[in-house]
Design a protein around this ligand. Sequence first.
Ligand SMILES: CC(C)(COP(=O)(O)OP(=O)(O)OC[C@H]1O[C@@H](n2cnc3c(N)ncnc32)[C@H](O)[C@@H]1OP(=O)(O)O)[C@@H](O)C(=O)NCCC(=O)NCCS
Length: 198
Amino acid sequence: MRAFDVAGYVVADAAERVDVAAVWQFLSTQAYWGRWRRREDLAAQVRSAWRVVGVYRCDSGALVGFARAVSDGVSLAYLADVFITPGHRGRGLGKLLVAVMIDRGAGAGFHWLLHTADAHSMCAGFGFAPANPTSMERPGDRRTTTPPGQPPPVGRARQSFRRVHRAFDTLGRGRFSAGAGRLAALGKAILLRNKVEP
Ligand SMILES: CC(C)(COP(=O)(O)OP(=O)(O)OC[C@H]1O[C@@H](n2cnc3c(N)ncnc32)[C@H](O)[C@@H]1OP(=O)(O)O)[C@@H](O)C(=O)NCCC(=O)NCCS
C-alpha cells in the first residue's frame, strides 16, 4: 500500500478504502464517459481493477478523486475513470493522482493506454501521445469518450448498418443504379429512424 500526503489530502492506493458510492456519485452524474454503466458494473470494475488510487480529504476522509487501472500486471495497463470532484480541482491533485497511478508503483515501466476527450495536455505531461500507426482498436458498443454536449458514438451494430448503406449508395450512383438506389434510400430511412446520420 502506498500513500502520499499533500496539503490537506492523502493520495492512496488502498483498494479497501475506496468509497464506491462516492465514485458512483461522480461517474453517474458528472462524467462525460461511461454513463451507460449500472452501479453494479462500476462495483465490478473497481473489484477487478489491477490498481485503484483515491484522493481523500485529511479532515473528513471523504473521497474527492479517483482513478482505476486495468492491467496484465507485467507490461500493459489502461488508465480509466480519472476524476477530481469540482470543489477540489486546480490544486495539483489531478496530476498527483495520475503520477501516483502510473509513475509511483509497479506500473512505472508499463506501456500505458487511455482515452480522453479533453485532458490531452495533462496526459501529455506524463508522456502520453496520440497512438502511432501500428496501433489499432475495436470500439465496443457501449464505451464512450464523448465530449460534453455531443451525442455518443454509434455502436457496432449501427456502424455495420451504416457501412451497408454506404456500399449500396455507392453502387446506386454507378451502373446498377435502379435497384441499389432504392436499397440505399431504404437504408437511409432506417438509419434516420434510428437517429444515425447516414
Ligand atoms: C482532469 C482533472 C482530473 C484535473 O484535475 P485537477 O486537480 O484540476 O488538475 P491539476 O490541478 O493537477 O492540474 C491539471 C493540469 O492539467 C491541465 N488540464 C488539461 N486538461 C485538463 C482538463 N480537461 N481539466 C482540467 N485540467 C486540465 C490544467 O490546466 C493543469 O495544468 P497546469 O498544471 O499547467 O496548470 C479534473 O479537472 C477532472 O476531474 N475533470 C473531469 C473529469 C475528466 O475530465 N477526467 C479526465 C479524463 S482523462
